[in-house]
Unconditional design. Structure first.
Length: 455
């Protein structure tokens, strides 16, 4: 095609998420809003008939995009173009389509329907990710592995305990998503400056009836109306939604970075297809392509999500239109990118492989160094002076590390005057299961806690 197409149009995001923010679905939910408004006005006794409502329902999925493009080019107003076109499709209902409403009635309420659907889809993805992580954690909770702080070798942990950190992060995302969904409110029926004056005029200044019509419209749409608004709903709702996506980017980004580090050392592997090619030049390569993709998209997602707060902070009084062009890109894209990230995490977590022998070899190579603190504690328990043996162990370990080999460390330590540990005591101090603390039980207990609180 000789025109630009975004990678979000066909490469990234689930098919269902892309469809949710498609041109067809965007304008279909506008028609859902018009139908809900007509139904509520009919129930309120306004001159809106069931035949008019049925005509609208019958044409809800009929679109001629070429004609719509011509109308919008002429009118320079997308909502008016769709009102005119829908009126052509529904001549009987034409007089009552959009009755008393403003453009924000269909755009803001329609978007909220899309956003709630997107949150539901992301929630399902996160739940699946969590279940894959739980299975992997329980299978590897007992497996010691090198710990790293500052990306330097540190006290061992277990594979399962490390992956429990990723599970906890996803639980925090899930908590925020569910809280956000439970507190989202749509625009409702607010009129040109939020005063509902046009709807009052339709019902002879009857405030009770205006409130009932709004309540009925929201009930039909499955939404809850915010109490106070200008012409549009507060864009703080965008900030709440973007924060959920931002947390997905942060949690998944951390997971993906760690996966890349562990794959460099060969500890774990992403799933790798039978015919997958790692490099066009190096046939042996198995690159962490899923994790690398998540790393790249998470950076974009976190940056894009900051746009919501910037746009909210620059809105003027009851309405300005500079949010429209910005939100038209940003709001749909953060959900599609989030979807690609969660779908990629599902692929990784469902097929992640622990390379047991590589992990064991890396641990054994550092075992003497990692056991020094335990050896020190054993020397003290056997009656030695803590400061003296700390200095002995520090000096010997630094010397042998600088020489590039710890193999003769134990021999020299055993010959040190006053050293009072037996071979059996040293062997016990170097037992990997004594080096990982409560890692195994922490991992298992957290899985139980996660299941209790989130499933």
């Amino acid at each position: 095609m000789n025109t630009y197409m975004s990678a979000l149009s066909d490469r990234y995001g689930s098919k269902s998420m892309r469809e949710r923010f498609s041109r067809h679905q965007k304008y279909r939910v506008w028609r859902e809003c018009w139908i809900a408004l007509a139904q509520a006005q009919h129930q309120a006794g306004l001159n809106v008939t069931l035949d008019q409502i049925q005509e609208m329902k019958s044409n809800i999925d009929v679109f001629d995009w070429d004609q719509l493009d011509r109308l919008e080019a002429s009118l320079k107003h997308d909502v008016m173009a769709h009102i005119h076109y829908f009126a052509q499709l529904c001549p009987l209902a034409a007089p009552i389509i959009h009755l008393g409403a403003t453009s924000a009635f269909v755009s803001d309420n329609g978007e909220m329907l899309q956003y709630l659907g997107a949150l539901h889809e992301l929630e399902e993805d996160i739940i699946e990710i969590r279940h894959h992580l739980m299975r992997f954690i329980l299978a590897t909770a007992h497996v010691p592995t090198l710990g790293y702080t500052h990306y330097q070798v540190a006290q061992p942990t277990t594979i399962g305990k490390r992956f429990a950190m990723y599970l906890q992060d996803m639980d925090l995302v899930l908590d925020q998503l569910r809280f956000t969904r439970s507190t989202l409110k749509a625009l409702g029926l607010k009129g040109t400056t939020g005063t509902q004056a046009s709807f009052l005029a339709l019902v002879n200044q009857d405030e009770t009836q205006v409130n009932q019509i709004e309540k009925d419209v929201m009930s039909i749409l499955g939404l809850e109306a915010i109490m106070i608004a200008g012409q549009t709903s507060t864009r703080m709702m965008d900030v709440k939604l973007a924060h959920v996506c931002e947390m997905i980017g942060a949690a998944a980004g951390k997971f993906a970075q760690d996966m890349r580090l562990m794959m460099h050392d060969g500890i774990v592997s992403e799933p790798f297809g039978q015919h997958q090619v790692g490099s066009s030049a190096m046939p042996y390569k198995r690159n962490p392509i899923l994790s690398e993709k998540i790393s790249g998209l998470s950076r974009k997602l976190i940056l894009d999500c900051s746009n919501a707060a910037l746009t909210t902070s620059t809105q003027w009084l009851e309405r300005s239109l500079d949010d429209s062009s910005n939100r038209r890109l940003m709001m749909s894209e953060i959900f599609i990118v989030s979807s690609e990230i969660t779908q990629s995490m599902i692929k990784i977590t469902s097929g992640c492989v622990l390379n047991v022998q590589v992990n064991q070899r890396l641990l054994e190579e550092q075992l003497i160094l990692l056991s020094i603190e335990n050896i020190l504690m054993a020397c003290v328990k056997a009656g030695g002076d803590r400061q003296h043996w700390h200095e002995v162990l520090r000096t010997l370990s630094l010397h042998h590390r600088q020489s590039g080999s710890m193999s003769s460390f134990m021999d020299e330590l055993m010959l040190t005057p006053g050293f009072n540990l037996t071979q059996e005591q040293i062997k016990e101090a170097m037992n990997p299961s004594y080096l990982v603390g409560l890692a195994q039980s922490q991992a298992i207990n957290y899985v139980k806690e996660s299941q209790k609180n989130h499933d």
